[in-house]
Design a binder for this molecule. Structure first.
Ligand code: SF4
Ligand code: SF4
Length: 250
């Protein structure tokens, strides 16, 4: 089981006044979260991976983790609200639903406003890579308005569509790559395959795959050591997915 080794140190620093608030980031199952929060009721917040696409994802268990944290009365910091950028450009059918509901709103704004509308959220961590993304974020987070009923309905439709698409739920975090003995560019390969699965762009997927493996590290070179699977916060069955990619690309 887990060992929450830093809790005593953190509590000590809080007693000294060096830490004002403490909590932790969490990437596991609701039963473990429940156990941790029962053992450490003084934790003030939990940082969870929450987004509309993973809300009912059985591997990410976003909704269940959220409900456990709220059951314990914890505030929540949201990570991955835009799913590593993927929800800034969702599948075409989802884009259509959002556009029909609000022709102006960015796709990222749907993702961020969805999680920011949940009870108990104190911060939404949104990765931004340029000024226009920051301006977009500020435009709806200043004077924030939660999603209305029509917008919640649009999100539910988007969730249904995304549940039906069999893509690889990789967020390109790269946690898996540094320990790979075959130096396989796992997230880049999955991104190439997702080009095909989500967008139907077969040639573009092949091109991306060729670029990412031009110096070696083809999907078929995986030796199934399992290092990547133990490092993956999305609990992706990397070995099997690489086999599928090898069938398509190698
Ligand atoms: S299982 Fe394959 S992809 Fe994963 S770390 Fe091992 S060799 Fe690399
Ligand atoms: S650790 Fe998982 S989610 Fe992160 S890049 Fe690797 S396969 Fe993708």
């Amino acid at each position: 089981m887990y060992i929450f080794i830093v809790a005593d140190f953190v509590k000590e620093q809080k007693e000294k006044g060096l830490i004002k608030h403490w909590g932790f980031s969490f990437h596991a199952t609701p039963d473990i979260l429940d156990e941790i929060l029962t053992a450490h009721p003084d934790a003030e917040f939990v940082q969870l991976q929450l987004n509309y696409a993973d809300w009912e994802n059985p591997k990410v268990t976003a909704r269940e983790n959220y409900e456990v944290a709220r059951k314990h009365g914890k505030s929540i910091i949201v990570m991955e609200p835009v799913k590593g950028g993927a929800l800034a450009e969702p599948p075409v059918e989802v884009q259509k639903i959002f556009r029909e509901t609000d022709s102006e709103a960015s796709f990222a704004s749907w993702a961020i406003r969805y999680v920011a509308s949940l009870d108990g959220i104190i911060t939404v961590l949104s990765g931004m890579s340029n000024l226009s993304q920051m301006q977009d974020n500020l435009s709806y987070m200043e004077n924030f308005k939660p999603l209305n009923q029509e917008e919640q309905t649009a999100i539910r439709k988007a969730q249904e569509i995304m549940t039906g698409i069999k893509s690889i739920p990789c967020t390109s975090c790269h946690y898996c790559t540094s320990g790979c003995p075959q130096q396989i560019p796992i997230p880049e390969i999955f991104s190439a395959r997702n080009q095909q699965l989500i967008w139907g762009q077969l040639e573009k997927g092949v091109e991306e795959y060729r670029n990412s493996t031009k110096n070696g590290g083809k999907a078929s070179e995986c030796i199934a050591c399992g290092q990547c699977e133990s490092a993956c916060p999305q609990q992706i069955d990397v070995i099997n997915k690489l086999k599928e990619c090898a069938d398509c690309f190698d």
